[in-house]
Write a protein that binds this ligand. Structure first.
Ligand SMILES: Cc1ncc(COP(=O)(O)O)c(C=O)c1O
Length: 429
């Protein structure tokens, strides 16, 4: 039976006359996969119901924050309690200290955190700090890494692979784009070349140590270690963007699992538990350069918002208490095993813990953007609609990863795997 999508379509039509493209963030528009966005009405745990009453299992989970699933009771109750005491103070409150203590407890050796309202702001602030502290102008980023939508991060490679960048969005002055240097992931030569040429001007190297925004491009530890060594040698700061990976794989950051220690790192998503929170973490030597103590400016009307921090704190407390990480890992492994058992060559996914990237192709999983198989990306698009029809809601882009939450069950992932296998058989063979 065809899924009824009358209400979602009417809502999208209405939204499109009010909001550019009908969406408040572009990837929600379903542009890559075709069709129209599904309008969420109500969500709980791993499931949600759309505006037409269809039920889905959600593997997007708000793009990562909801490691406990939608509307987890402890988190909702914490939000309600905080809201009753005031939605925003724009002033100091006890919740900021409790939140800072809880997050920092996961990072011995790091004693400062500045909290803001998004991952974009966190990276922007980390970069400004690096420039302020080093007195240098350039930063290095990697092709395919996403660090939010600040001007200097919306760039792509110019001519040549390791080079000064050009803007990837209109509205960004070339002079700003040029302050970012870009290199391919997993490419030692390119990084050496950048440091050889620009070493004295590089304020920071910024990277998702676990790149998860353009596929899941798991890096070799040696590569990340090299970034550590080169930035130290040249007096640049190493910034790990852990907006996705922070608290996703254990109660802490990804860098602790690979033992490569950054100078600064950013957090977001999970630390807000579904509410808008981002943060920069470092030592007092660097972070105390932020205003009001230092000369690097950062501010926010809603920074440290009591309701948002209550959601983040409740989420982190549940993670500490329940430690769902082993369960999540098993669930991910089970899903991949189910795909493998099908024996279909394209039924494949790259996996780390509870992060899954469907990669519908044979061969090695890529470590850099240019190695991502176009046919694999097209195959995803071919089966997306069939999955949706069968109640499996995945991020509407082949380059985005799926997130498992502690609310997902073995039954859920079996159904996803079976549906995928059916779709591959039906549409791709
Ligand atoms: C690694 C990374 N950094 C930064 C951001 C930007 O965060 P936000 O969307 O909260 O601004 C994202 C968002 O997806 C991200 O994945």
């Amino acid at each position: 039976m065809k899924r009824n999508s009358k209400n979602s379509e009417a809502l999208f039509f209405k939204a499109s006359n009010l909001i550019p493209g009908g969406v408040n963030s572009p990837v929600r528009s379903f542009q890559q996969v075709g069709g129209r966005p599904v309008y969420f009405e109500k969500a709980s745990g791993a499931e949600f119901v759309d505006a037409d009453g269809n039920q889905y299992t959600d593997y997007c989970q708000s793009w990562g924050p909801l490691i406990l699933g939608h509307a987890r009771l402890e988190v909702v109750e914490a939000v309600q309690k905080a809201a009753r005491s005031g939605l925003s103070f724009g002033a100091c409150h006890r919740g900021e200290i409790e939140f800072a203590e809880l997050v920092l407890s996961a990072f011995p050796g790091f004693n400062r955190i500045r909290v803001m309202s998004s991952g974009t702001e966190a990276v922007m602030t980390a970069l400004r700090l690096a420039r302020g502290v080093t007195g240098r102008d350039l930063v290095v980023k990697f092709i395919g890494g996403y660090h939010g939508h600040s001007d200097g991060m919306l760039v792509k490679a110019g001519s040549g692979l390791a080079t000064q960048a050009v803007a990837s969005s209109h509205g960004i002055p070339g002079t700003i784009a040029k302050t970012t240097l870009v290199a391919p992931l997993d490419d030692e030569e390119a990084v050496y070349a950048l440091f050889d040429k620009f070493g004295e001007r590089i304020a920071a190297v910024v990277i998702e140590p676990l790149p998860a925004n353009n596929g899941l491009l798991i890096q070799r530890n040696n590569f990340l270690q090299l970034l550590r060594e080169l930035s130290a040698k040249h007096g640049s700061l190493l910034i790990f963007d852990e907006v996705i990976s922070g608290f996703r794989l254990h109660f802490g950051a990804y860098w602790q699992m690979i033992d490569v220690v950054p100078d600064l790192f950013t957090l977001g998503k999970i630390i807000g538990g579904g509410m808008p929170v981002g943060a920069v973490v470092g030592t007092e030597r660097i972070l105390d350069n932020l205003a009001p103590l230092g000369k690097v400016y950062q501010a926010g009307t809603l920074s440290g918002n009591p309701v948002a921090l209550a959601a983040g704190r409740a989420t982190l407390e549940v993670l500490l208490k329940d430690s769902p990480y082993e369960y999540l890992e098993k669930l991910g492994r089970r899903f991949v095993n189910r795909l493998q058992e099908s024996g279909l060559p394209y039924a494949r996914a790259q996996l780390l813990g509870s992060i899954i990237w469907l990669y519908l192709d044979k061969g090695e999983f890529p470590r850099q953007s240019s190695d991502i198989s176009n046919p694999a990306m097209k195959r995803f698009v071919q089966i997306y609609g069939g999955l949706l029809e069968r109640g499996q809601y995945l991020p509407p882009s082949s380059y985005e990863v799926l997130f498992l939450s502690s609310a997902h069950t073995s039954e859920n992932v079996d159904i996803l795997a079976n549906t995928l296998v059916d779709q591959i058989k039906e549409k791709l063979s």
